[in-house]
Ligand binder design. Structure first.
Ligand SMILES: [Zn+2]
Length: 313
């Protein structure tokens, strides 16, 4: 090879090495930027939990608002409760993302049935409220509930605001008034509203009775009022709203394994959520917690077992 050719070849080699370095640097930069931009899906999550809302009820119920929300977003009528089909374990799992074999929350007792595998500094399960307090300490979080025991599973030391509505059957509109007031005043990042009326109707009159459906229709209107409050608060466009349930009924009771008791709905809509999707993946209560964590960009502890549902755009 002549000297000239050698120089040209060396130059090409040098250029190739430089180009390779530039491309590698660009790829590294691109990867880092993707990690930086991976943020929350929406700035607010409002969960409305309907105690005793079994999926069977969607065949007949005249609930135009809920049906509109189902079209607006993604939903399944096949979310499974965890056993037994009672409120405590099923509300707990939706907040703490963990099966009861680990939490020991196997019934409605305020204390676990056996030693939990993992507890926070508050001697509680690491619910999404706890993760919010740890990872976004300034974020406003709140709970408004009609079932007092709900607060046993939520770790109230981790929320800014919690309110129990006493005697909800005598004050059925309090839940809407209190929730709307809180949402408009504080514009919470994460808020859980628990409505007990349908469970009450199920126990008093029985599954699928006219009284149960009447109550459900009334609750449908209440959900609309709460969503209106989210709009009035000016946060609707940056919110994800979730409707969920703990269990259904069989006769005037629940706790068993019939599909009427263990199939519960999950409806999700709002910013970043796919519209018109029927979720056909498996969903269990603790997947609700994981989905909320994904929306708010919360890192979840190893003890969690829930997985986010595939509902994002
Ligand atoms: Zn009940």
């Amino acid at each position: 090879m002549s000297i000239r050719l050698k120089i040209i070849s060396a130059l090409f080699h040098k250029t190739y090495i430089t180009m390779r370095k530039v491309i590698i640097s660009l790829l590294v930069l691109l990867a880092t930027c993707t990690a930086c931009t991976e943020k929350e899906v929406a700035k607010h999550v409002i969960i409305i939990g309907l105690d005793g809302w079994g999926s069977y009820s969607m065949e007949e119920a005249k609930v135009p608002f809920i049906r509109q929300c189902m079209k607006e977003g993604s939903y399944t009528l096949y979310k499974r409760t965890i056993r037994p089909s009672v409120s405590g374990p099923n509300w707990a799992a939706q907040m703490n993302g963990t099966p009861l074999e680990s939490t020991g929350i196997t019934n409605n007792d305020p204390t676990p049935s056996f030693k939990p595998l993992f507890l926070t500094e508050h001697n509680a399960q690491p619910t999404f409220f706890h993760l919010m307090r740890q990872q976004y300490p300034k974020a406003e979080t709140g709970i408004i509930c009609e079932w007092g025991d709900f607060l046993n599973y939520a770790d109230t030391l981790c929320v800014n605001y919690f309110k129990r509505i006493f005697e909800p059957s005598k004050n059925p509109e309090s839940i809407v008034l209190e929730s709307s007031k809180y949402i408009k005043e504080k514009k919470p990042v994460l808020c859980f509203i628990h409505i007990d009326a349908m469970d009450h109707a199920g126990h008093s009159f029985g599954r699928g009775t006219p009284e149960y459906y009447q109550t459900f229709e009334h609750v449908d209107g209440q959900i609309k009022q709460i969503v209106d409050a989210i709009k009035e608060a000016g946060i609707y466009d940056d919110s994800v709203i979730i409707l969920t349930s703990d269990h259904g009924h069989e006769g005037k009771s629940h706790g068993g394994d019939s599909l009427n008791e263990i199939e519960t709905p999950f409806v999700i809509w709002g910013k970043g959520i796919q519209k018109g999707k029927i979720i056909d993946e498996t969903m269990i209560q603790y997947d609700v917690a994981a989905t909320v964590a994904r929306i708010l960009h919360l890192e979840t502890p190893q003890s969690w077992r829930g997985v986010p549902m595939n509902v994002f755009k």
